[in-house]
Design a protein around this ligand. Structure first.
Ligand code: MV4
Length: 664
């Protein structure tokens, strides 16, 4: 029995683990960096230990500090969550040496999955289906080419040490083989310091289907069915669901049993995930095994009714698995989407800063929100910019999808860019609605999903007008003499009732400039809105406590967030971020004399020479962070005077990378 659990993680997963521990009567210890002193996971735990400065390697990744925290607080077990130390065999051993239970598999199982080619040999022996290919140690280019010819084109070259698509090259013709091999080897050497390559037949347009397995310390294992995580963007999962749409029960059973053979082959204990590629014919092939609890585990919990963290704690304590295979069954359908602070309009660059509002939809039967942040928190450059996960469950896929869209509409996030509109476009695409998911989904429908211009509609205009009215009153209120509490300015309502004064503002919203006029008071406001392309007008009444508005007789939800001259309105499931433009003519002078690193990371390449004249949005530099590449672009037409960084260099978020002069 585990009495006290230290959670060596932060954010939503730390909070999620604490929730189960609390339910089971297990005391919890959080750990935190300086950046997280006030974070939700620290507030929710029974006690918390400070680890160090914000960079993960000096806090959440520091094995000695984490072990010391567990000893100091008398924790008998450590849950690593995902990421950070979760798949670190050295950490697993350090726990063992300190007499602390590591909630996860034995170090040997983690190590067995470290090399792709070694893993494939183990899986081959265990009779787990593999993509036809070559995973031997002879790396002679001529020999490798011979294997490619035997396998048949197209083939895929993969770095044995790789992951996340790095060091991977598709080769369509024998003529291209050697050039592709050289390039893939170079990339693998740079990224992993190891250029051992394997070759596989290229599976065209596959699905990513993964099996959740669980093993106890008594040699027993079960599978908790599959998750389809095909919808990805540059190897980042966007939507996950369970069960996989259209998977037939025989294939499910075959995949589940193959996954268990994989787990048993490496002496697995605890929660694990075996990833497969599934092709259009229903054939499936082992890709890799993740030796941790995954981000998307909640969809499995929703369809099985099980708490996987509770299972992990039971297994770690030496208990038998809570259920046998025949006791497990699928009920309904579940989706998960990951809400990120990122800008889909700017290459999904992480968006850092203060979260002025984070109000997820209310949790309800079939709607679950896993989050580790709250309004007022800072999304920093130091960690993954995930804000929360939304998980929904319905009695079938269609119902779950409808719930998902409704819940996304109810999200209120302000202060940062986020991906909610992007997610809504993905899940509302007809191909997705029809279950036609694949790993090429985002690429295939990129035009429809990304290029849609945000439209300004009448409800948004009404919301902005109401905001401006409120904003102006506040400004006037501040100007009123404080000494006079009976001043009509203090009444909270616009006392110029019936004076019919029209006020006007120029506002930038959805990338366009709009003139917004209003006239009236808190009870009834007439408004007019003119953009270059179209115009709207109407009236808005009864903004009760800023939660309900009646717009031309339609009763809708309405609320707003204000940040100086910027604001966000949420109206009827729609969001509009806008900026009040200065009353005088001309754009506000964007002085921007440089580009800063949006997060901690590594410089991959510089794309222009210092001194180059560049166009607005021209790519200037590629950096890598959080397993993703990010392109920094010119904010305007201008000149790159100087780079303050070089390829390969580690840079801190916020540090100046490029000296940039916008053209006057
Ligand atoms: C493949 C493949 C097609 N054929 N292997 C990409 C990351 C790595 N973990 C495995 N990946 C792939 N391996 C063969 N033989 C296509 C992919 C792939 C992919 C796999 C899962 C989810 C998204 C993907 C996106 C592009 C390519």
């Amino acid at each position: 029995m585990i009495r006290k659990l230290l959670i060596a993680n932060r954010g939503e997963i730390a909070c999620r683990i604490i929730r189960t521990a609390r339910r089971l009567g297990v005391a919890t210890v959080a750990v935190y960096s300086d950046a997280d002193a006030n974070a939700l996971h620290v507030q929710q735990a029974d006690e918390a230990v400070h680890l160090g400065p914000p960079p993960a390697r000096e806090s959440y990744l520091d094995i000695d500090k984490v072990i010391a925290a567990a000893k100091q607080t008398g924790a008998d077990a450590i849950h690593p969550g995902y990421g950070f130390l979760s798949e670190n065999a050295r950490f697993c051993r350090a726990c063992e040496e300190a007499g602390i239970i590591f909630v996860g598999p034995p170090a040997t199982a983690i190590e067995a999955m470290g090399s792709k080619s070694a893993a494939k040999r183990i899986m081959e022996d265990a009779n787990v289906p593999l993509v036809p290919g070559y995973h031997g140690t002879n790396q002679d280019p001529g020999i490798l080419e011979g294997h490619a010819n035997r396998i048949g084109y197209p083939v895929l070259l993969k770095a044995a040490a790789g992951g996340g698509g790095k060091g991977m090259r598709r080769v369509d013709r024998a003529d291209d083989f050697h050039a592709a091999l050289d390039a893939a080897k170079r990339e693998a050497q740079n990224a992993f310091g190891d250029d051992l390559m394997l070759i596989e037949r290229y599976v065209v347009n596959p699905r990513h289907v993964e099996i959740q397995v669980f093993c106890d310390k008594h040699g027993k294992g079960v599978y908790l069915f599959e998750r389809d995580c095909s919808v990805q963007r540059r190897h980042q999962k966007v939507v996950e669901e369970a069960p996989a749409p259209g998977l037939n029960p025989e294939t499910r059973k075959k995949m589940g049993e193959a996954a268990l053979r994989a787990a048993h082959a490496i002496g697995y204990v605890g929660a694990g995930t075996v990833e497969f590629l599934l092709d259009a014919s229903g054939a499936f092939y082992f890709m890799e095994m993740n030796t941790r609890l995954q981000v998307e585990h909640p969809v499995t919990e929703m369809i099985t009714g099980q708490d996987l963290v509770a299972w992990q704690l039971a297994v770690a304590a030496g208990d038998a698995l809570p259920l046998e295979q025949d006791d497990l069954y699928i009920v309904g359908h579940a989706f998960e989407v990951r809400i990120y602070a990122e800008d889909p309009d700017n290459d999904f660059l992480p968006s850092t800063g203060k979260l002025l509002r984070h109000q997820p939809p209310a949790e309800d039967k079939g709607v679950r929100v896993d989050t580790g942040v709250q309004t007022g928190d800072e999304i920093s450059v130091h960690y993954d910019p995930m804000i929360s996960k939304l998980i929904v469950h319905g009695s079938n896929r269609r119902e779950a999808l409808a719930k998902l869209d409704r819940a996304l509409q109810q999200y209120q996030i302000a202060g940062l860019r986020h991906n909610i509109e992007f997610l809504r476009k993905v899940i509302n695409h007809s191909a997705f609605a029809n279950g036609r998911v694949s790993t090429h989904f985002i690429e295939d429908y990129e035009q429809e999903i990304l290029q849609q211009e945000q439209q300004l509609n009448a409800l948004q205009c009404a919301g902005i007008a109401a905001f401006l009215h409120h904003h102006d009153n506040r400004v006037l209120h501040r100007a009123a003499p404080k000494a006079d509490p009976f001043s009509p300015w203090h009444s909270g309502s616009n006392w110029r009732n019936g004076l019919s004064v029209w006020r006007s503002h120029r506002v930038e919203v959805h990338g366009q400039e709009v003139e917004v006029r209003y006239c009236g008071n808190d009870d009834k406001l007439d408004w007019q809105c003119a953009a270059a392309s179209d115009a709207h007008s109407g009236s808005i009444t009864s903004r009760h406590g800023q939660s309900i508005a009646i717009v031309d007789g339609r009763r809708v939800s309405y609320t707003s967030v204000s940040d100086g001259e910027q604001g966000t309105v949420f109206i009827n499931g729609d969001q509009a971020d806008f900026r009040i433009l200065p009353a005088d003519i001309g754009e506000s002078a964007e002085s921007g004399h440089g580009l800063e690193a949006p997060m901690n990371g590594t410089i991959v390449t510089l794309l222009v020479e210092p001194g180059s004249a560049v166009e607005k949005d021209q790519p200037l530099l590629v950096m890598e962070a959080m397993k993703m590449e990010h392109t920094l672009r010119a904010p305007a037409k201008g000149t790159v005077s100087q780079f303050f960084c070089a390829a390969g260099e580690l840079v801190d978020g916020g540090s100046l990378l490029i000296d940039f002069e916008a053209e006057a």
